[in-house]
Design a protein around this ligand. Structure first.
Ligand code: NDP
Length: 613
């Protein structure tokens, strides 16, 4: 195997000047209303998301049934939880899902160009267990969706799944020791256990642009792509019906970046309304090498996920001389370059401050490399300047795409900078207004993201009522921050389990986190059943202790405070303050948490949980 080499990043940079520039660029975009600048799909624009463009409407009568486990959400979080629960011997697992099939984000998001931005060999879960391998490094959305279906079939999760079904309320019913799950179809499901697996990117959101309702053309969100309007299909995204159309794209995050090459190629004219540029690196996508696959040893995927975590800025916990960078791409470049520098210095013992300073310097250098990359590709200097990101690497989701920047050299593509007005100024019946200029368009595509910034948990989950024991609302219980035991259970909410970013640990690879949580939840449910226990709930003391552990090990938030606004930092604070989209993670990190959970399970006493028959 060839060694993954460090990259050359520019050293002719003025860090204090850049730091000041980053600050100015952030301040220019800060909005005092923070995440309240968005419209939320449950209020004004519900009709945007009512219809499912990918499946015929589900028609069925309401059901009234008991179930051992109800999982809310059929994306990777729910599927992995379902798989592990089945393996733990729970037969009656019922997934309730809004979409017409499994897949979660990979069900809804079928826009042209959709691919996984993380290497698929680490991102796509259960590859070894299911004996399959993605066709390329960054797999297409359709391939990932097919894998979701594969998990569903393999573990028998289609049986009893309720698609096209939105949960409206969850109420603990002490008299039967079950959760009553009410859906918009009038179902009454009485679940012994509940697993919340609603994911982070499930609820689309729209910018609160004044006049948005006045627009008379077609508009849709990137996660509800309207192929009937644009022409083409997910399998063959030739958007031929756009040939004479003027199209506006709002949003240049990970979704917008993937869309631009397709819209630029097919639209009569494309206006890209950009508030903040993404960093866009070389993609380097390539087919999976069958020789490499042949040489893989059992356990390779877990090892690769851990390796990716160690080399990614999200998971980095110190240098280990001699450790190979297996993933070797734009995610791992920064740490790789610092590791190479330290190796050239003879691997001295560095203090955390020294290492931190080296990482910060390399961050500026990597971002400078990416800015110069723009100059090398985009011909118009003003457009090139507008496309340059001025913030630290992990302030926004880093992107890679080989066709994005060249699209701005096309005569039918115009970049409209809306940073000075902190977003698109207004919409009219005919189009969009920016800097006082009206851009008439036929169609507006919103790649404006998802309900991620934790404005409040209710908005993120879209479930109106969650009431535990004594009718206490979970939303009230968490009003001033999460209160959990190990991030997965909460006092007063028996038999309810949480997945995702609460008070667990963050992996650089999200699906690894779902695997960790699924294993733990399946263990607890399996043990409860084995011991003939009907109710499992953390004690107040266990919850308090865990919340304290989280506070004591919290990673300081200065990094996020200095970042340009976005969902990573709750839109820069404003209303609601700086909050990480990654919840309140356990400071020692993902693998330390893994060990802690493993030891807790090995101990076998289920310490911190009360078990009732
Ligand atoms: P994001 O939240 O990352 O981006 C939203 C975009 O909309 C930003 O560019 C934002 O600008 C812009 N925007 C919001 N309001 C306005 C406004 N009023 N005027 C103009 N622009 C506005 O959403 P995405 O859907 O792109 O990505 C969300 C996440 O989903 C990703 O970070 C990633 O985790 C995941 N994802 C993963 C993919 C993959 O792996 N392939 C692909 C796509 C998404 P600003 O930055 O200034 O706020």
């Amino acid at each position: 195997m060839t060694r993954c080499e460090p990259t050359q990043t520019p050293d002719d940079i003025d860090i204090p000047a850049l730091r000041e520039k980053y600050r100015q660029e952030r301040d220019k975009r800060l909005r005092k209303e923070g995440s309240r600048q968005f419209l939320h799909t449950e209020d004004e624009l519900a009709d945007f998301f009512e219809t499912d463009p990918h499946s015929p409407p589900v028609v069925r009568d309401p059901i009234s049934q008991d179930a051992d486990v109800v999982i809310l959400g059929g994306g990777f979080a729910g599927l992995i939880a379902g798989a592990r629960l089945k393996q733990a011997g729970v037969e009656d697992v019922r997934i309730v899902e809004m979409g017409g099939d499994f897949g979660g984000v990979w069900y809804w998001n079928r826009y042209p160009g959709i691919q996984c931005d993380n290497e698929s060999y680490t991102y796509i879960p259960l590859l070894e267990e299911l004996g399959t391998m993605p066709s390329k490094k960054f797999a297409d959305g359709a391939e990932i969706h097919a894998h979701c279906q594969r998990i569903g079939k393999h573990f028998g999760l289609y049986e009893g799944a309720l698609f096209g079904t939105r949960v409206q309320s969850l109420r603990w019913d002490e008299s039967i020791a079950r959760w009553r799950v009410a859906t918009h179809r009038g179902d009454d499901i009485r679940a012994r256990f509940l697993v919340m697996a609603l994911g982070l990117w499930s609820k689309p959101k729209l910018p609160g642009i004044p006049g948005i309702r006045d627009f008379e053309g077609r508009m849709f969100h990137s996660s509800r792509w309207d192929y009937a309007y644009t022409g083409g299909s997910p399998e063959d995204p030739r958007l031929d019906k756009l040939a004479n159309q003027h199209v506006a794209l709002i949003g240049t995050g990970a979704s917008g970046i993937q869309l631009v090459p397709y819209l630029g190629r097919y639209a009569g004219h494309l206006y890209v309304f950009q508030r903040t540029p993404s960093s866009v690196d070389v993609r380097g996508n390539k087919p999976t090498d069958p020789e490499w696959v042949k040489g893989l040893e059992p356990g390779w995927q877990k090892e690769r996920q851990a390796n990716f975590h160690a080399w990614s800025p999200l998971g980095f916990a110190g240098l280990v001389p001699g450790r190979a960078d297996l993933v070797c791409d734009f995610w791992t470049e920064m740490i790789r370059n610092v590791a190479a520098k330290v190796e050239r210095m003879g691997n001295p013992q560095l203090t955390p401050e020294q290492l931190g300073a080296m990482l910060e310097e390399e961050d500026y250098r990597v971002m400078e490399r990416l800015r110069r990359r723009v100059d090398g590709i985009v011909k118009d200097p003003k457009t090139a300047e507008t496309l340059k990101p001025y913030y630290r690497f992990m302030c926004k989701r880093p992107c890679s795409n080989d066709d994005y920047l060249p699209t701005f050299n096309r005569p039918n593509v115009t970049l409209v900078d809306v940073s000075a007005s902190r977003g698109v100024e207004r919409m009219t019946a005919k189009g969009l207004v920016a800097e006082g200029v009206e851009y008439p368009v036929d169609c507006v595509v919103f790649a404006s993201g998802f309900e991620i910034s934790p404005r409040d948990q209710r908005a993120g989950w879209g479930i109106e009522v969650i009431e535990g024991r004594n009718r206490v609302s979970l939303y009230d219980h968490w009003a001033h921050g999460y209160k959990t035991f190990h991030g997965m259970t909460s006092h007063g909410f028996p038999n309810q389990f949480f997945t995702g970013f609460t008070q667990g640990a963050v992996s650089a690879n999200t699906t690894s986190m779902y695997e960790q949580q699924a294993e733990h939840i399946a263990y607890i449910v399996g043990e409860a059943r084995r011991r003939g226990v009907r109710i499992v709930e953390p004690t107040q003391e266990a919850e308090d202790r865990w919340v304290q552990t989280i506070r004591d090990t919290a990673i300081p938030s200065d990094f996020l405070e200095q970042c340009t606004p976005g969902y990573y930092n709750n839109e820069g604070g404003g209303d609601g303050g700086i909050r990480s989209a990654l919840g309140e993670p356990y400071g020692p990190g993902f693998y330390a948490f893994d060990k802690l959970l493993q030891e807790w399970r090995d101990d076998g006493r289920l310490e911190g949980l009360v078990l009732r028959r």
